[in-house]
Write a protein that binds this ligand. Structure first.
Ligand code: DAK
Length: 259
């Protein structure tokens, strides 16, 4: 399938798909169609047996500078209700396969929220993260106040959300928002390296583990532990569990098939 605002390569590397935001002149501002395309692409990649990990990226200058302000400017609450963009974001969040955001340049507003919706973030030294919605008279609407606060804590989240200040990749790393900072020339390569590590694991266990970590954000400890336990048991119904443990005993690399 071809898209207008994103480029999708389901076979970027073995088992790794790449989704590239592709509105460079607008710093990859997220218009409605781009988000619908993203939803569709992630849905298709989730169904694709060959794909084990997905990387979302932009270009050197911008991951995404936020939702498209020009498109939002004249919206009424009823327009927003009818468009129900939250459904799109919810579907993206429900992607079962692991997603790595490879971020360079601006990751602002909805762009920062999109990166935070991913499971891990690899950033270039030039990356800047921010929730500047307050400067245009609104506030984050796609999880920014929740995910940012859980990631970096109240003090920094409050400062970013209330003043719109950007933080550097280094500060994002120190505060727990991202996984890695690397030179701009290699940020995509580093994301691929991380994706390759993930791809070597059992796809079944990976899916259950991702689900379980995410549950920690949505539940109390007891409920989360119960959920984890059920997913842990489920791992033992997979051939990958037998293969993984057998390979350990036989001192060889496991050959995981995802069943
Ligand atoms: N929307 C539309 N166009 C944008 C844009 C954006 N967010 N960001 C940049 N552009 C466009 C600029 O208008 C300019 O276009 P032309 O004037 O050339 O036609 C072009 O990209 C290059 O930008 P600049 O000329 O401004 O470039 P600079 O290097 O000078 O500045 C900047 C870069 C990133 C600092 C600046 O462009 C900027 O401040 N951009 C806006 C950042 C921002 O405020 N982001 C938050 C937007 S609000 C929701 C889900 C999500 C959201 C809401 C609801 N639901 C589920 C309901 C999210 C909301 C937001 O993200």
């Amino acid at each position: 399938m071809s898209y207008e605002y994103i480029l999708v390569d389901p076979q970027f590397k073995t088992h790794i798909a790449l989704v590239r935001l592709n509105r460079p002149k607008e710093l990859n501002a997220l218009n409605l169609q781009l988000m619908l395309e993203m939803k569709q692409a992630l849905h298709d990649l989730d169904e694709d047996e060959n794909v084990r990990c997905i990387i979302i990226t932009g270009n050197e200058q911008a991951f995404a500078a936020g939702a498209d302000i020009k498109q939002m400017e004249s919206r009424t609450p009823i327009d927003l209700l009818k468009i129900d963009q939250f459904e799109t974001w919810d579907q993206i969040r429900k992607t079962k396969k692991p997603i790595i955001a490879a971020v360079s340049g601006f990751a602002l507003g909805g762009g920062c929220e999109l990166a935070m919706t991913c499971d891990m973030i690899v950033a270039s030294e030039t990356a800047k993260f921010g929730q500047p919605e307050i400067k245009i008279g609104i506030m984050p609407g796609a999880g920014g106040t929740q995910r940012l606060t859980r990631a970096v804590g109240k003090a920094l989240a409050m400062e970013m959300v209330l003043t719109g200040k950007f933080i550097s990749a280094e500060e994002a790393l120190r505060s727990g928002l991202i996984n890695k900072v690397v030179p701009e020339e290699v940020y995509l390569d580093e994301a691929v390296k991380l994706a390759k590590e993930v791809c070597q694991m059992s796809p079944v266990a990976t899916r259950l583990a991702k689900e379980s970590v995410n549950k920690a954000f949505e539940s109390g400890l007891q409920e989360g532990l119960f959920f984890e336990r059920k997913n842990f048991y489920m791992c033992f119904s997979s051939n990958d569990q037998k293969e993984g443990m057998k390979a350990f005993v036989e001192k060889r690399i496991p050959d995981f098939k995802g069943n």
